[in-house]
Design a protein around this ligand. Structure first.
Ligand SMILES: NC(=O)c1ccc[n+]([C@@H]2O[C@H](COP(=O)([O-])OP(=O)(O)OC[C@H]3O[C@@H](n4cnc5c(N)ncnc54)[C@H](OP(=O)(O)O)[C@@H]3O)[C@@H](O)[C@H]2O)c1
Length: 336
């Protein structure tokens, strides 16, 4: 029987957005534990461009082994086409969404079909379209696992101790740095959902967007240094990180916590002197958390914002958009 083919975006080498090739590849066969999903939308995430660039942003010991050519894409929403014999809980025709094979970075969702581990999927809420559903998993699970419930026992590749979220509620103040981005805008809303007072830090154009999502205070970092504008915080969720991430330590009350979502640099002596905690984790797939997030999205309690949307064939333009920065919500690829 001739192999069935599909369109997919593949990398044959690392580099800029131009290395994303739209080409014919075989439709994958679901292996045990997998579900073949007809992809309707794909969420674009930083690991997609880290992969495209050859993972140079990751410390060498954290780079997963990748065999080229590879189909990128971790976040997906689509319709179940077939299921492996041992899979229960999903049937052809079901609408599903999920974060695939992370932290493998080769989820293979930039395609018309993907063979997805059933354990990485949840049923897509009916009230959420595929584009919004595909935009949610990585960013939403990251925000959930940092802020509300770790939900897994995988040892962290970044620290010896287990990450522990801190209780959030009325009376707690949380600063979200990078608040307009994928993780930030969902983290802001989850903290608000729990009743916290939220200070959102972003560049100026995002102000109305962040207030609309519920931010109590907005700091435009192009005008004001957030580390000078905030004091006595219970928690900082820093989705930007980098060599200056330590500046947020001074904004915390004693006993407060700083959660760098991306690598930050901290002096352990300063952390100890200030009596604060720095803790991080790496997001993992979690069906029940995804289902709960789906319910919040379905009811509109939490909203996932679409920065921009491109057909799969124009994935290169989606990556060019990402490279320009200042993302408001999520970039998605659609099958249209
Ligand atoms: N630990 C994990 O498991 C995990 C999971 C998911 C993501 N991540 C990492 O977390 C980071 C954020 O991911 P994401 O998907 O949210 O990225 P994103 O959607 O690209 O958002 C980044 C946001 O940061 C803002 N920003 C850039 N420079 C800033 C600055 N100096 N101060 C404040 N805000 C700034 C950008 O907009 P403006 O500059 O216009 O405000 C943008 O909205 C990435 O590095 C990603 O690799 C880690």
């Amino acid at each position: 029987m001739p192999t069935r083919t599909m369109k997919a975006i593949r990398l044959h080498g690392y580099g800029g957005p131009e290395v994303l090739r739209h080409e014919d590849v075989p439709v994958p066969e679901p292996r045990p534990g997998e579900v073949l999903v007809r992809v309707r939308a794909v969420g674009v995430n930083p690991p997609d461009w880290y992969l495209r660039e050859g993972m140079t942003v990751m410390p060498a010991h954290l780079r997963p082994k990748i065999t080229l050519p590879v189909v990128p894409g971790t976040d997906v929403s689509g319709v179940v086409e077939s299921v492996a014999e041992d899979v229960t809980g999903f049937a052809p025709g079901d609408e599903v969404f999920g974060m695939l094979r992370f932290p493998g970075f080769d989820g293979s969702a930039y395609a018309e079909y993907v063979a997805a581990p059933a354990a990485d999927l949840a049923h897509k809420p009916a009230g959420l379209d595929h584009a919004h559903a595909a935009a949610a998993p990585v960013a939403g699970l990251t925000a959930w696992q940092f802020l509300l419930d770790l939900g897994h026992d995988h040892p962290s590749p970044f620290q010896p101790h287990r990450h522990r979220p801190v209780p959030l509620g009325p009376g707690t103040t949380v600063l979200v740095n990078g608040a307009a981005g994928g993780v930030g805008h969902l983290g802001l809303q989850l903290a608000k959902w729990k009743g916290a007072h939220v200070v959102a830090v972003a560049s100026g154009t995002h102000g109305p967007f962040l207030r609309d999502l519920g931010a109590d205070e907005v700091v435009d970092y192009t005008r004001t240094r957030p580390e000078q504008a905030a004091r006595d915080l219970d928690l900082v969720l820093d989705t930007v990180g980098g060599p200056t991430a330590h500046r947020f330590l001074r904004t915390l009350r004693r006993g407060g916590a700083l959660f760098p979502v991306f690598f930050g640099e901290f002096d352990p002596a300063e952390v100890e002197r200030r009596g604060v905690t720095v803790s991080t984790t790496q997001v993992r797939s979690n069906g029940p958390q995804l289902a709960e997030l789906g319910r919040l999205l379905d009811t509109g309690t939490v909203r996932v914002a679409i920065d921009s949307s491109f057909p799969l064939a124009r994935a290169r333009e989606a990556h060019e958009r990402a490279a320009r920065g200042h993302i408001q919500g999520k970039i998605v690829l659609t099958d249209g």
